[in-house]
Design a protein around this ligand. Structure first.
Ligand SMILES: NC(=O)c1ccc[n+]([C@@H]2O[C@H](COP(=O)([O-])OP(=O)(O)OC[C@H]3O[C@@H](n4cnc5c(N)ncnc54)[C@H](O)[C@@H]3O)[C@@H](O)[C@H]2O)c1
Length: 706
């Protein structure tokens, strides 16, 4: 008995596994038996004839996969979207299927040649809602989906496939009568699984396990209450029976060797139209990337970002520079299943330096802050890279660049001439936002420059590269840092040191003092501890109660640091203690006497604290930011807390050298994705001693040259 359903099949006379275009075919070339394949196909044909009218398309020599008629195209009503096969091995099937559809009165729509879409293999109608589930990720391109929506006048929901064994949607997803859905969730990304759960009520979802999935249970033909498949576990059979379905098994093992089963072997040509709005939420944008794209790995990261973010891409052009130093350019079309996924992806691509093509660029979207210190939900989060925003039709450089801020825009500030000429865009921390001011939201009209302009070509820091040095390379790296410090000092540049108390415990203070005295340090940033331990050492010869000369603990020494704090508190500040002659040596003493500004930021661990330690952290952050401004190099010496704090407020283009004994800390600190940061895994005392020695050598060389 049939219900008017018509199914198209293609006899397997030329079927074989002749090539490998999916994981199932691997190891199966010419391993299928034509005879058994004919037998299995005939049996399926016979089973289906009991439930539907089966029509045949003539098989063609040389096109062994034509037997998988599901990939002929996608039918809805009298319209067909003809397949555009991804692999050349199947592209020759297209004209034969087209001829069949045309001969049977269908209106055939053909996609652009470069846009793969593999028919009903990757597009399945929901049996209750009337919308179309469309797969992408392996064979069909996401960009084909808007064409389906348009030509078939149907709502399209895009699902991303992530397991190459389930390369077509119909291998892991099977909509059934009355809105049931049999599917294998691990074959889809998280976003797609969420979409499925939003659309299909829990009681309608039939989740299958891996064993049924690899037996191609989802690759089933459903007519009414009958579900025809290769094989079902007892459990699946029962689950389906409980929902009123009857499973008819028919072995299709010969076709499994090519990655197909019942559904792949058939195409329903009677798909009644249901009323559903013609929509597709798919978004596309073309981005432009420029720079040392291969060396820096930016292209790989950009493409990974798109795919892991749930989108898809098409590389439209890639122009590799001719010489090693030339920059390369790429144009990539990014597609995403909806606007929010696109925004997330674009946000990350912008951080990698991607720019939307000029023709696609639209001005940045601004939203008004309605509560002091709180940004609109979708605010753009800034990075360390120089950023520009498009306001009206002018690009404005964002001022005060730092990471983790919002971009606040003031239009027509007092005294400005025209509507755009006076806009000011500025990085602001959330806490500094004021109700009524406008903030950039989303990812439109934003452009970051990956290569910071302040990195001059002559400042060749590249041999250190961005990375972490092992002990083996420490001496080499120190040579380079010494060279750089010397040049920055000599041209009147600015070097900042952040230092933790370990510098004192490891005997590094002698060397840090030398650096300060010799004019290599232009501001010192740290916490209470570096100052306390330094002052303890200079007043009592101990650091945390240890005699620094003899390396043994001194009786009652654990109180020394509190006594040191107490003395400074009596004088009201470190500078006062120096002026009064109470503090006569040490790192802090050198800062005071050499006019090197310092800032001590408080923390919950602090004893005392010293009167100079800023316990109001917002003030401390502002003070750090003020001192960092205009820095050329920051030397981060064994303090995770203060170094990370400093890293977060420093724009790209400032060189950073992070020294710590713990590789994990160094990696974290130097992982800013910018070439100008480097990590040195070593003892900080040793590092400082090598650095000072190397600087002395350079001075000798300079002297002898001079
Ligand atoms: N008495 C005090 O007031 C007191 C004492 C200690 C810390 N603190 C405060 O606590 C906060 C955090 O202190 P912190 O910066 O010392 O701790 P931190 O954990 O931020 O950093 C210490 C770092 O030093 C590294 N390190 C340890 N030995 C090393 C060596 N020999 N060579 C190179 N690196 C080495 C560690 O791996 C670690 O990353 C600061 O604000 C500090 O002022 C206060």
């Amino acid at each position: 008995m049939t219900d008017g359903t018509k199914i198209l099949m293609c006899p397997p006379h030329h079927y074989d596994v002749d090539y490998v275009i999916n994981p199932w075919m691997e190891g199966n070339i010419h391993r299928s038996s034509r005879e058994r394949a004919e037998e299995q196909w005939n049996k399926l044909h016979h089973v289906l004839k009991n439930h539907a009218t089966v029509e045949l398309v003539a098989p063609q020599p040389g096109w062994p996969d034509m037997v998988f008629a599901a990939n002929a195209g996608l039918v809805l009503g009298q319209n067909v979207v003809l397949s555009r096969f991804l692999h050349p091995e199947r592209q020759g099937e297209e004209p034969f299927f087209q001829a069949w559809f045309e001969a049977h009165g269908f209106t055939v729509h053909t996609l652009p040649e470069s846009l793969p879409f593999e028919g009903a293999g990757d597009a399945l109608l929901d049996r209750a809602g009337g919308w179309l589930w469309a797969g992408y990720g392996f064979r069909s391109e996401l960009d084909s989906h808007p064409y389906l929506a348009e030509w078939l006048d149907v709502e399209v929901l895009s699902l991303r496939l992530v397991d190459s064994r389930f390369y077509h949607l119909d291998t892991c997803f099977c909509p059934l009568t009355d809105g049931y859905l049999m599917y294998y969730p691990p074959a889809f990304d998280a976003y797609s699984n969420r979409l499925i759960e939003l659309r299909v009520a829990e009681e309608k979802r039939i989740v299958i396990d891996e064993v049924d999935a690899i037996n191609f249970a989802c690759n089933a033909v459903n007519v009414g209450q009958v579900v025809v498949m290769n094989k079902a576990s007892d459990q699946l059979r029962q689950v389906l029976a409980d929902r009123g379905f009857v499973v008819e098994e028919t072995p299709l093992t010969e076709f499994l060797k090519a990655g197909g089963a019942a559904k792949c072997l058939t195409l329903k040509t009677t798909e009644p139209r249901q009323v559903s709005p013609k929509t597709s939420t798919i978004q596309s944008r073309v981005i432009h990337l420029e720079g040392h794209l291969l060396d820096s790995g930016i292209v790989n990261r950009a493409l990974d970002t798109i795919v892991t973010g749930g989108g898809s891409f098409q590389v439209l052009s890639f122009d590799l520079g001719k010489q090693r130093q030339d920059s390369s350019m790429a144009e990539v079309k990014v597609s995403a299943p909806d606007a929010s996924v696109m925004d997330d992806i674009m946000g990350q691509l912008i951080d990698l330096g991607a720019v939307s093509l000029p023709r696609e660029v639209t001005a940045a979207t601004l939203e008004t802050v309605i509560q002091d210190g709180v940004a609109p939900d979708d605010f753009y989060v800034t990075t360390i890279y120089p950023t520009e925003v498009l306001i009206g039709d002018h690009w404005f450089k964002v001022q005060g660049q730092r990471m983790d801020g919002a971009i606040a825009v003031t239009r027509n500030p007092a005294g400005s001439a025209g509507p755009e000429s006076g806009a000011v865009a500025r990085c602001k921390l959330l806490r500094d936002l004021k109700a009524g001011e406008e903030v950039v939201v989303g990812s439109q009209g934003i452009h970051t420059l990956r290569k910071a302009p302040s990195l001059k070509k002559t400042d060749d820091f590249s041999f250190m590269g961005a990375g972490v040095s092992s002990e083996r390379r420490v001496e080499l790296v120190v040579e380079q840092i010494a060279w750089d410090l010397r040049r920055i000092r000599d041209r009147g540049g600015k070097v900042i040191v952040t230092a933790g108390p370990v510098v004192i415990h490891t005997g590094g203070s002698e060397h840090l003092k030398t650096l300060i005295r010799d004019g290599y340090v232009h501001a010192l940033l740290g916490g209470n501890a570096i100052a306390v331990h330094d002052i303890e050492q200079s007043m009592m010869g101990t650091s945390l109660g240890m005699d620094m000369k003899r390396g043994v603990s001194v009786q009652g020494g654990h109180r020394h640091h509190l006594k040191a704090i107490n003395t400074i508190r009596r004088y009201g500040s470190i500078a006062n203690a120096v002026a009064a002659g109470a503090l006569t040596s040490g790192v802090m003493y050198e800062c005071v006497t050499n006019n090197v500004p310092f800032s001590l930021a408080g923390s919950i661990r602090d004893d005392g604290p010293l009167p100079d330690t800023k316990m109001n952290l917002i003030e401390a952050q502002a003070d750090y930011a003020r001192l960092i401004e205009g820095a050329d190099l920051i030397l981060m010496l064994s303090t995770m807390l203060h170094s990370i704090g400093v890293g977060n407020m420093t724009p790209a283009g400032v060189k950073m050298v992070c020294v710590d004994i713990n590789p994990a800390v160094v990696t974290k600190l130097s992982d800013r994705g910018s070439v100008e940061s480097t990590g040195v895994v070593t003892d900080v005392g040793l590092f400082l001693s090598l650095l000072v020695q190397q600087l002395a050598k350079l001075t000798g060389q300079y002297a002898s040259v001079g």
